[in-house]
Design a protein around this ligand. Structure first.
Ligand code: AHM
Ligand code: MG
Length: 335
């Protein structure tokens, strides 16, 4: 006889049904949220398809133009940005879009006109790795804008704006969608044969310790002393090193296997390289929801930072609780 409980656990669950089921548990839910996630799902399937066909379609390589950070944009950065905007732009509950690829936010509608949410995104993180077929990804955060007020940029940077969901899609050897809505982290994998993200694992738990560090060690001479001290300590402690150079891929490995990912300040980038709104904050929410820690190099919780600029940068240290504790101890140590 079929055990109905076992049947429920093993049932094939798509991302969409998972989100709808979550809303059913909250009678006050308006359905706004599943509407936004379905747009992100559609956009990332489309981007994943472009990434896989990039060489065939001849869209690898840089554009002549630079983005808002003075970095050369890849053709696929721009294509991915357009895809996300095309998918999210039609969602009537989104007021503001903030993209790594655009200096100014896209204001879609005011709060009074129903723009209750903002979405922050890095359309194609790690895109400089595209021509060597390394994993790249899309990072996003969904922000509930404060009641009242006009919405727009002021609302996005207000202290009352709340991150209600975060996730990324890794276009790797499989296409993986990691999602948190504030109650743990769930992992979905794209089943290309049916065109759906299907639930692969509920409640991802980041291992509390693992002797692996992930940092661009070639920059050591430009790191703060405390970071250099940590690396000396890790060498003496027989740590292993893994660094892909795509944040999504490096954080994904850290979430699954444990360890620590560090992108500190350097003498040439005193604020760090990674962007607070659409790189550090969504990853911090995922890591915390999986039981890990996400801080800046001086130990401030990333989710306690208050952005003052859409494109501000920060140092990032995240991963297993014990590994982050070892790092902060070396940062503090004066010996
Ligand atoms: P990007 O958003 O321009 O792709 O840059 C962000 C990427 C991250 O994915 C990665 O963690 C980091 O830059 C790697 O930087 P570096 O090459 O300095 O190690
Ligand atoms: Mg990026």
């Amino acid at each position: 006889m079929v055990n109905p409980t076992a049947w429920t656990d093993d049932n094939l669950m798509s991302l969409q049904s998972h989100v709808l089921a979550g809303e059913r548990d909250h009678p006050e839910a308006t359905g706004d949220f599943s509407w936004i996630l379905s747009a992100i799902s559609l956009a990332t399937k489309t981007i994943g398809n472009k990434v896989r066909r990039a060489r065939i379609d001849d869209v690898l390589g840089e554009l002549a133009a630079e983005n808002t950070h003075g970095e050369r944009q890849q053709k696929l950065d721009v294509i991915s940005n357009d895809i996300i905007k095309a998918c999210l732009g039609s969602r009537a509950n989104i007021g503001v879009l903030v993209s790594e690829e655009e200096e100014e936010p896209t204001i879609l509608r005011t709060r009074a006109d129903g723009g209750r949410y903002a979405v922050f995104f890095d359309p194609l993180d790690g895109s400089s790795n595209l021509n060597v077929s390394v994993g790249v990804g899309t990072i996003f955060a969904v922000i509930r804008l404060p009641e009242g007020g006009g919405g727009g940029l002021e609302a996005v940077l207000s202290r009352q704006a709340t991150m209600v969901a975060a996730g990324y899609v890794l276009y790797g050897s499989s296409t993986v969608f990691m999602l948190t809505t504030g109650t743990g982290v769930d992992m979905f994998v794209l089943d290309h044969s049916i065109g759906s993200y299907v639930l692969a694992k509920r409640g991802i738990a980041l291992p509390p310790s693992q002797p692996i560090y992930s940092i661009n060690e070639a920059y050591s001479a430009r790191f703060p002393e405390g970071v250099q001290r940590y690396l000396d300590w890790a060498h003496r402690s027989s740590y292993s090193s893994r660094y892909i150079g795509s944040m999504v891929a490096d954080v994904h490995r850290t979430l699954i296997k444990g360890g620590i990912f560090i992108y500190p300040a350097t003498t040439d980038r005193p604020e760090g390289k990674l962007r607070l709104l659409y790189e550090a904050m969504p990853m911090a929410m995922l890591v915390e929801q999986a039981g890990g820690i996400a801080v800046t190099q001086d130990g401030t919780r990333v989710l306690d930072l208050h952005p003052t600029d859409l494109h501000q940068r920060t140092s990032v240290v995240l991963g297993s609780t014990e590994e982050v504790a070892h790092f902060l101890k070396q940062m503090d140590s004066t010996s």
